[in-house]
Design a protein around this ligand. Structure first.
Ligand code: NAD
Length: 251
């Protein structure tokens, strides 16, 4: 029996990076997973790799209410219910001085990183309330705890994602709904060039490692293991935490 046997999870932004690895680990631990992403082909490829009957791919823009409502309905239709939601899809402006980030990029940060959590809560909390149980994991960022220059507006949106996890935990605890945030440090995923503001080379990545006491960047598997812990009964009395998975960068 896996740690997530008989559980049904939605993972957004699961066509690549952290989300794809979270989906893979959840299925390995017995869950059924809806692999949701703007990138439909990518989501289909990830879902197909998880074995027949274990996953569905759903095209979804997490910043669009009708897409999010459809995602929750499609998951319940395929697997009977929803137990776990990982709000992982994210967007960042390119690392650059704060005054050079245009309004469209600012809006996109808040739409994808913050409004999406609101839209998903509206869609899924009524389902969780009816069942008297549910689990929401928001992928925030260590930049929302300890910001550095160049990612000011992204960091602000992730601070909101971190914070809303605590606020939601306080309000939803009486319904037996847990809400936690994972705060990763930089990892070599599809977003790394934008985070660094420079080419994704070993030499450039090394410039960001000096800040991290454990001496390396994060990996998708580091984040997936934390997402497994928070989704499982091992953390059944844990809610409202901002969990840095950052090799000590936030200290
Ligand atoms: N990689 C890092 O260094 C790092 C550090 C801290 C936090 N994060 C956060 O981790 C999360 C996952 O990012 P990643 O690093 O795996 O990057 P990634 O680019 O590999 O994956 C992000 C996925 O989100 C999808 N996506 C983007 N906008 C979407 C939308 N509106 N609707 C649905 N899907 C959308 C993309 O298509 C992509 O598949 C993000 O929230 C990101 O902000 C990443």
């Amino acid at each position: 029996m896996g740690m997530l046997a008989n559980k049904v999870a939605i993972v957004t932004g699961a066509a690549s990076g952290f989300g794809a690895e979270i989906a893979r680990l959840y299925v390995a631990e017995g869950a059924k997973v809806a692999v949701a992403d703007l990138n439909e082909d990518g989501a289909k490829t990830v879902a197909a790799g998880l074995g027949s009957g274990n996953a569905i791919a759903v095209k979804c823009d997490v910043a669009k209410r009708s897409d999010v409502d459809n995602l929750v309905a499609a998951t319940a239709k395929a697997f009977g219910t929803v137990d776990i939601v990982v709000n992982n899809a994210g967007y960042t402006h390119r690392n650059s001085p704060m005054l050079e980030v245009d309004e469209a990029a600012f809006d996109r940060c808040f739409d994808v990183n913050v409004k999406a959590i609101y839209l998903m809560a509206q869609a899924v909390v009524p389902v969780f309330r009816q069942k008297k149980s549910g689990n929401i994991i928001n992928i925030g960022s260590v930049s929302g705890i300890r910001p550095r220059p160049g990612l000011v507006w992204y960091a602000a949106s992730k601070a909101a994602a971190n914070f809303v996890s605590k606020a939601m935990a306080a309000e939803l605890g009486p319904d037996n709904i847990r809400v936690n945030a994972i705060c990763p440090v930089m990892a070599p995923t599809g977003m790394i060039e934008s985070f660094m503001g420079m080419a994704n080379t070993a030499e450039n990545r090394a410039k960001f490692v000096g800040n991290i006491p454990l001496g390396r960047l994060a990996t998708p598997n580091d984040i997936a293991k934390a997402a497994l812990y928070l989704a499982s009964d091992l953390s059944d009395f844990v809610t409202g935490v901002e969990l840095p998975v950052d090799g000590g960068r936030a200290v």
